[in-house]
Design a protein around this ligand. Sequence first.
Ligand code: 2P0
Length: 340
Amino acid sequence: MTVRSARAIAHSNIALVKYWGKREGADPALNLPAVGSLSLTLDQLRSETEIHANAHDRFELDGVALDGKPAAKVFEHLDLMWRTSGTLSARPPCFVRSVNHLPTAAGLASSASGFAALTVAAAGAFGLASSLGDAGDPTRTRLAALARQGSGSAARSLWGGYVRLDAGSDPSGSDCIARPLHGRDHWGLKLLVVHTARGAKSVSSTGGMESSRLTSPYYPAWVASSLADLDAAERALAGRELAALGEVMEHSCFKMHACMFATRPPLIYWNGTTLEVVRAVFQARERGLVGYVTSDAGPHVKVLCEAAVADALAAELAALPGVHEVQAVAPGPDAHLELL
Ligand code: 2P0
C-alpha cells in the first residue's frame, strides 16, 4: 500500500475534570489513564497536520525540522497507525508537517491537538478512513483510542464541544472510551486563557504523572475521588449549571495540583502570577463577575465563564501585573480529515 497525502485539523481541549496518572500494572504502550476526564474542546487553539510520502522520515513543526525525542514519538505513533491498517510490509517513509496554532508544550494541551491531528491525518494517509462523519461516527471512537496511545488527552480532541473519557478497567483498554457529551452549541460559555509566562514547561506531563503515582501520598485519594467529580460535572453540564460545574472543576484542578505539590521532588507548575490570577478570579466572583479557574501542567490559568461576562473579566485579568495576554476562546469543532 502507498501513502496518500492527507491533512487533518484537531482542536486542543482543556480538562474541566482532570487526567493525571496512568493505570497501575497496565501495558505502558496502551497509555491507559488511572482516572477519567471531561473536557471542553477549544475553538482557536488547534493543530494542522499533513502527511505525505517522502524519501525518508521527516517531521517539521511550525516550519522547523525536528529530530530526537519529538520526532521519535511522532514516528512511533505512525508505526502504530500503520500496524493498525493491517499492512504487513514496513511502513513507508513519510513527511509529517505540523503547525500548532497555540504555544507548544506550555501546558496549553499542544500534545492533545497534536496527537489527535497526527492520528487523523495518518488514518487518511494509511487508508483507515477517507473522511470523518459527524460526532456519532464510530470511526471517531476508534481513532480516539489510537490517539490516546500517543497522548492521553488527545483522545478527547476527536470531538468538538464537551467530551468525556472514561478510565475503564479492562486490561485490553477496550472500555477506556472517549465519547462526546454535547456539541459546541450546547452552552454559550467562553474559556479565558490567561497567559502568565512564555516558553515551554520544565517537566513533561508523562514523567510528572509517574512520579506523582510513585511518591505523592495524595495520589490514592486523587484517584479514588475522581469518578464522583466526573459524574457531578457531567450532570452540571447537562443542566447548564455554571456554579455546580465551576465548583467541581476547581475542586478537580486544586486536588490535582495538591497531588503534584506533594510529589517528591515537588511538581510546581505555577508561577507567582498564576496564584494572583486565581485570587483575582475569586474576588471578581464575589462582585458578581462570575468565572471559575482551572490550570494544567503549566503556569497559565484558564477561566470558564458565560460569554456575556467574558470581555469584562478578560479586561480585569489582562490588567494584572505578569499577565502577558488573555485569549477568549469559544467551544471548538470536531476534528476534520481531508485527503489531498
Ligand atoms: C488533562 N493533563 O486532563 C491533564 C491535566 C495535564 C494536566 O492530559 O502522558 O500530554 O501523553 O498521556 O495527555 C497532559 O497529559 O499526557 C494532560 P500523556 P498528556 O488535560
